[in-house]
Design a protein around this ligand. Structure first.
Ligand code: BGC
Length: 709
């Protein structure tokens, strides 16, 4: 159904004088939301609604309210009450974004963290990851996965940076939607979290984020809109923080107005855990459906509030309807999850975890084409740094996973070359004694970076990073190693959720960012280093030269104001060169973007175009390019990002071959939020779609003009 809001906009745009840009361009066109994917997966959604209504009619107010909070009971999952007599099995929630939680007490697969999966730029693979985690969750007895974490990474110091996919709303939205599709294809609800503007850990329970309408619409909402409208996500978790003065669980403009009203979300909104609700009446009336994990505000107080007339009973019925609908739409009545620990570990999921990690690793420097390392040429490899042997999966907060085993980087490298080379590990080399050892090695692999003590969820972990530097004196270690290893022999692997401002970014012979690559990470890294898999990852965030190049990050104040500028858009606006651009990553073969065509140069404002780009492999190794499309609107009267990501696609190219990748671009994604009109408009002027391999204009060799009609 077309929301009245948008009908109004069409009328407004026709009526408002001066809608034209004043430079001859026709007036911009207000645009409606793209069509939504049907929410209910059941064969007969009308029957579901009838069953839900009938069930609600039989319940007392107390019973209805009891479904609006977790039961608070322990066990393997966080349950929401069942009504067996009504054929309603309840819900069974569990974390999380990189695998099934240790609370489920199963040896689950530890996939690479979200930010490394974001670096794959591969929604098809992410769909598989979502489906795999959901299969494991069902085997653990759960039916609601508390994932994906899909907050825009406003600043890389955010303690949970590792959980999300990156800094760009379009990129995050596409990956999160694929993950949700995968999860829900297995009959498990995904829970898009944390809605919204959750991007600081240390003040996460308290902070009030002030956002103007344009910042909200263009930066902090589009990825959630996509996961609701296109991904048909079953549930949304409200964030702890407040936006514009109201905690999200009680934020009527965002929950009732945008999420349920404008976007037509028919699933349930659950609070973040324990501190996610502060006010019974405001949360119930604001649009929160379920308080988790137990009734603090949504218990007797809510019953009393209804009796006192402060919360309409119709609101209670709406919340209960959403909870029951979720169970029936996902078929949990007929096909509930059955706990079966014997199905663990899932061996094929380990293979998937390795493949994802290998695809996500980003090659950032490769002087003299050092990578791939030639196995036959090395007899003596020295691995330096304590993180090399650490089973470093990332945060130990709610996203933690305890897998059956972890292959460390050291074990991965040993496994890759053991038949011929001696691999020595120097966790903390002593100088000058170990200097000669380093100088004599055929290759030195230095592993430095972050671990669970350095960044993670607050309260359960260390919270936000204090800065972007290497911890524990590792910068000095790098300098000492660099000083001893001859040129052409030093590979540096950087571990952690994002950019590290180390001299290794300009001084290592080869440099790779490996995120937290999961339980198969060591094998995946070795595959890339030795050329068994091509490096294909591309940065899902900008890598600044210095922390000061980014906007300020305030994890102390209880009130912060964000504008529309962060990440690569912020640096580009300031014309600050990054160390490595957003979207950047090297290949080990020569890939060239040779041609691009557009399916329609004057598409309708509600249409979609496709960019077909040709990539040639001029080298003699396999390669993969991630072709990226950035939109520019020259002369726009709106203050827009110079070039905004509007589409991307991955393509594998064999040596000597040319491959074509087809990238869909929705014209809606070219729209700008017009504050005066209070709606989205597509400018009917010349746009330019720049086609390239990173956000840096210099990496965008092809341009396709397009004028929406
Ligand atoms: C986290 C959520 C998580 C929940 C349940 C909260 O503290 O913010 O992301 O899903 O706990 O573990």
């Amino acid at each position: 159904m077309r929301p009245p809001h948008h009908a109004l906009l069409v009328a407004l745009a026709a009526a408002v004088p001066g809608c034209a840009d004043g430079d001859g361009a026709p007036p911009p066109a207000p645009v409606d939301l793209p069509a939504a994917t049907p929410h209910c997966r059941a064969a007969d959604p009308a029957d579901v609604e009838a069953r839900v209504d009938a069930a609600i009619a039989t319940l007392s107010l107390e019973d209805k309210v009891s479904t609006m909070a977790g039961t608070g009971e322990g066990g393997f999952t966080y349950p929401v009450r069942a009504f067996p007599d009504l054929g309603l099995p309840g819900l069974h929630m569990s974390d999380g974004p990189r695998g099934v939680s240790p609370l489920a007490d199963v040896p689950s697969t530890a996939f690479p963290v979200g930010i490394l999966r974001g670096a794959t730029w591969d929604p098809d693979l992410e769909r598989e990851v979502g489906a795999a985690i959901a299969r494991e969750l069902r085997a653990a007895g759960g039916d609601v996965l508390l994932a994906p974490t899909m907050n825009v990474l406003r600043h890389p110091r955010w303690g949970r940076a590792q959980e999300t996919y990156g800094e760009d709303p379009l990129h995050v939205g596409v990956l999160a939607t694929a993950f949700v599709e995968g999860v829900q294809s297995e009959g498990v609800l995904a829970s898009a979290k944390h809605f919204t503007a959750n991007s600081i850990e240390n003040t996460r329970f308290e902070v009030d984020v002030t956002l103007d309408e344009r910042a909200l619409r263009e930066v902090y909402l589009p990825h959630f809109r996509r996961v609701v409208r296109q991904g048909a996500v079953g549930s949304v978790m409200s964030a702890y923080n407040a936006v514009n003065g109201a905690q999200i669980s009680a934020n009527a403009p965002l929950l009732n107005g945008v999420l349920k009203g404008e976007w037509g979300f028919r699933g349930l909104v659950e609070s973040d855990w324990v501190f996610g609700v502060r006010d019974t009446v405001a949360a119930a009336n604001g649009g929160l459906d379920v308080e988790m994990p137990q009734p603090i505000f949504f218990g007797d107080d809510l019953v009393d509030a209804v009796r006192a007339g402060d919360v309409p009973e119709a609101r209670i019925d709406d919340a209960v309807r959403r909870v029951f609908r979720a169970q029936l739409c996902f078929g949990l009545d007929a096909d509930p999850p059955v706990r079966d620990v014997g199905r663990f570990p899932f061996d094929d999921h380990a293979d998937l975890a390795r493949e994802v990690a290998a695809r996500g690793v980003v090659l950032l420097r490769n002087e003299g084409d050092l990578v791939p390392l030639d196995r036959a040429a090395y007899d003596d490899v020295v691995v330096v740094g304590a993180p090399a042997s650490a089973p470093n999966l990332g945060d130990t907060g709610s996203s933690a996973v305890e897998p059956p085993y972890v292959v460390s980087v050291l074990e991965g490298l040993q496994g890759a070359v053991l038949d011929r080379a001696v691999v020595t590990h120097l966790p903390r080399p002593a100088f000058p004694d170990d200097g000669a050892r380093l100088a004599a090695a055929d290759a030195v692999v230095l592993v430095v970076g972050l671990q669970a003590d350095d960044e993670g969820e607050s309260v359960l972990g260390p919270g936000d990073r204090p800065d972007l530097a290497l911890p524990r004196g590792e910068e000095a270690l790098y300098a000492q190693v660099r000083a001893r290893v001859p040129a052409g022999r030093l590979v540096v692997l950087l571990v952690g959720s994002g950019p590290l401002t180390t001299a290794a970014t300009t001084g290592a012979d080869a440099l790779l960012w490996i995120g937290y690559p999961g339980m198969e990470g060591g094998r995946a890294v070795a595959e890339v280093l030795f050329g068994d898999a091509p490096p294909t990852g591309r940065l899902p965030f900008v890598w600044p030269v210095a922390g000061a190049d980014l906007p300020p990050f305030d994890d102390v104040s209880l009130a912060v104001t964000y504008d529309r500028w962060h990440g690569h858009r912020y640096l580009d606006r300031a014309r600050t060169a990054p160390r490595f651009p957003f979207g950047f990553g090297l290949a080990t073969t020569e890939l060239r973007l040779t041609a691009a065509t557009l399916s329609d140069a004057s598409p309708p404002v509600d249409g979609e175009v496709t960019v077909a780009a040709e990539v040639e492999n001029l080298g003699d190794r396999d390669g993969v390019e991630v072709v990226q499309v950035y939109a520019e609107v020259p002369g726009s009267p709106h203050d827009r990002p110079r070039r905004a990501l509007v589409g991307f696609g991955r393509v594998a190219v064999a040596p000597g071959q040319v491959s074509t990748v087809t990238i869909p671009v929705r014209v809606f994604d070219l729209a700008v939020w017009d504050t005066a009109l209070g709606g989205w408009v597509v400018e009917r002027r010349r746009h330019v779609l720049h086609v390239g391999t990173s956000a840096a204009p210099a990496d965008q060799p092809l341009a396709l003009p397009l004028t929406p009609r």
